[in-house]
Ligand binder design. Sequence first.
Ligand code: M6R
Length: 608
Amino acid sequence: MCGIVGYIGEQQAAPILLEGLSKLEYRGYDSAGIAVYDGNEIKMVKSRGKLKVLEELTQGGMTLPGCVGIGHTRWATHGSPSDINAHPHFNKNHTIAVVHNGIIENYMKLRKKLEKKGYVFVSETDTEVLVHLLDYYYNGNPLETITKVMYRLEGSYALGIMFKDHPEEVYAVRKDSPLIVGKSEAGNFIASDVPAVLKHTRDVYFIDNQEMVKLTKDSLTFYNIDEEEISVEPTHIEWDITAAEKGGYEYFMLKEIYEQPKAVADTLNPRLKNNDIVIEELGMTDEEIRNIKKIFIIGCGSAYHTGVTAKYVIEGLARIPVEVDLASEFRYRNPIFEPGTLVIVISQSGETADTLAALREAKANGVKTLGIVNVVGSSIAREADAVMYTWAGPEIAVATTKAYSTQLIAEYLLAMKFARVRDVLSQEEMEGMIEDLKKLPEQIEFLLGNKEKIQHFANRYLATEHVFFIGRGIDYAISLEGSLKLKEISYIHSEAYAAGELKHGTISLIEEDTLVTAVITQKELYKKTLSNVQEVRTRGAFVLAVTNTGNTEVEKSADYVIYLPETNKYFTNSLAVIPLQLFSYYVSLGKGLDVDKPRNLAKSVTVE
Ligand code: M6R
């Protein structure tokens, strides 16, 4: 979603802002703009379209002198993508400029009030109410003014604000939208995400909800909503800027697919100690683990899909009942929280609005919460009672790959830990499973080595209109992910079905040459899924099967077979996902689409 950058320092601001915004492009946007104080006034340039347009308009920022500025990439919510709706937004005298990420839910009410007071709105955005409200309350004291405005806002916001009569300062504030602050010798920064500042500094500050920061070129001062100074500790970012760059790959998605062996190993290895699984960050005693009566797993999109896998794994291994919920449904369905409930929320970004709201709903009901999160210091990581980080490193492509794979690892580890503590998994069985887990990175590597076969297959399906993914049990869970991956980056309609459900309606859509991808990795279900494969083939479908090495029986029923290395039955999704990711990638590439930034999508969905 929208991206914010701000800079105040010794150097020309505009090129720094443009460069920072380019590192936030992955979030998804349709227009961009910057505002810079040039020594006399705040100058603004903004336009619909990609950053390239803004770069051309400003000659790479060179036409905008000045060392203080704010910038923005906009993902349209209120009002179409247009020059006028792009941020920053000005007050009437162009003395206040604002960039905003989030949604002001009561903006209509505020807009009507302001219009009655004579304010004239030029855009359709909710953001414009902010700048007019700031204008209305402005008394020469930015802090007081910002807090007055905050008290009147409902919804979510991260704001970067400049006041013409405080030209040596930039202000920022957040509520339920991400914002980080960076400090360097050459000046200070605000940004929606770490990659935007990483070229300049590794020392970043995560500010909490309804906290503010005043930046000057050589100082940072943090405040709470009562305008009291507070202290915020910096976090040193360990990962390198190269981790957030393409490193020779054509697209981030392919780079991230190839990073999976390392990401899986990094998430797994620190939690394996002396043939045991140690998850210190869980903060639960064995007694508490034994007392878990029920688990809710909550997420959106791919994170939800890993939750579906986790349900099979946790129920199968630890025999604890699991309910998996889409966060957007969970938060409004009035769920029943009983003593002994554990709520696990899963999120790569740690900022997904619905997942965060679901977490808060759980916390408000007094149950223990655990976040499985990739972005260190994100809102979910900070608000959950416990956080288990996935060590995937920065994920830039909108379509998740390595974060998905590491979420699976975290879930396997939890399931095995719970099962062992509850004594439904013997030490010997657990050690055998640990050995299988340790093999996953090299098995993923092996599958990546066969990418040409999948690329070749994908190229045959560039013009296809509909694809179905089928499987049973855990294979159904991976079908959900395979289908989402394909549709989000290739714009091909695809659906995932529990194979046994096909004949209850969907089979009517199968016609000559419809592509059906069947995942068949669960031995006890081989025959059942193979019957479903027969059913669709009889009706003309072309079947791509993904199955275990040795299951050659499948060749009699499927048209094209991809074999996976042998692993524990609970871990097969970690391998089956690789050909499915590669298939989507190569279809998207073959169609000439923007693989990393599919239309209409944002990496981090920070609005409801
Ligand atoms: O950051 P999160 O993991 O909370 O994001 C959840 C979904 O928005 C995300 O998985 C989305 O479905 C991806 N585009 C899938 O590739």
